[in-house]
Design a protein. Structure first.
Length: 270
């Protein structure tokens, strides 16, 4: 009782009081803010397991990170930097490129004005060792084709299904129709791997997740990773917070907080 904890839950966290199983709570490391704690688990567990458990990231390899300025993207960049001489390609809108370069992306690519596959090939004709794919649709095929021999594609989302502010059923149908599909025999000839990752379906894997969180807390305590907070919004501005992401303005994590009365804030600080 009274411990500061980070929690993992599939849903139901946009409220002041939540009830989660003890197995889904993790003590916050010394010196971590609540905002950082809120930004850590989902994004960093996802990025860590994709890069190291599936991707087997090793020194001197290359990685393509889509949506590189988002929550998982910024986590993945920091985790790549914990391995020697990893070359990072990152797609994001042009306004975010300076920020990406500062964080360690060697080759930021503006996916809106360029064909990112062509840009990668200009710099690395053979392609890359690992592609993180949160996009789905035809982008997964492009990712697979960009892999070097023994390369690994890890798909963990279908952002392409969410098209703009209103759901465009034709665009969604097209994305679904273009969804990547491959047979075991084709994989055999290609010498490549395709992996699927969804943290939401790991509820039973308590020990596995706990071991990943322990590694992340250790990296945080060593100063090797630090959650990047884009902005913090009170509950009554949830629409503006969502718009910040929908319009792709965020660099890092968008955080919601229940706005506490000033007296309570002062007590919390004490």
């Amino acid at each position: 009782v009274g411990d500061k904890v980070m929690v993992l839950a599939r849903s139901g966290l946009w409220q002041e009081v939540v009830n989660v199983p003890a197995s889904q709570t993790f003590p916050m490391p010394e010196g971590m803010s609540f905002e950082e704690a809120a930004a850590l688990l989902v994004n960093y567990i996802t990025a860590y397991m994709i890069l190291f458990d599936f991707g087997n990231l090793r020194p001197n390899q290359s990685v393509l990170i889509h949506m590189a300025a988002g929550g998982v993207g910024t986590a993945a960049i920091q985790l790549c930097k914990t391995v020697e001489n990893v070359t990072i390609f990152g797609t994001a809108s042009a306004s975010k490129h300076d920020s990406l370069k500062e964080s360690g992306v060697a080759h930021p690519i503006d996916y809106r004005t360029m064909d990112y596959a062509e840009e990668v090939r200009k710099i690395s004709p053979k392609g890359v060792d690992i592609v993180l794919d949160p996009l789905g649709g035809s982008d997964t095929s492009k990712a697979f084709n960009l892999l070097k021999p023994m390369g690994k594609l890890i798909t963990y989302g279908v952002a392409n299904l969410l098209t703009g502010q209103k759901k465009n059923l034709m665009a969604m149908a097209k994305t679904w129709w273009n969804q990547f599909s491959i047979t075991a025999l084709q994989l055999l000839h290609q010498n490549k791997a395709v992996c699927g990752y969804h943290l939401g379906y790991m509820d039973e894997e308590v020990e596995l997740i706990r071991s990943v969180v322990a590694k992340l807390v250790n990296l945080y305590s060593q100063g090797k990773i630090k959650p990047k907070i884009d902005s913090v919004w009170p509950f009554d501005q949830v629409a503006e917070a969502m718009r910040q992401m929908q319009e792709k303005k965020n660099v890092g994590k968008v955080i919601l907080v229940p706005e506490a009365p000033k007296e309570e804030s002062k007590k919390a600080e004490n």
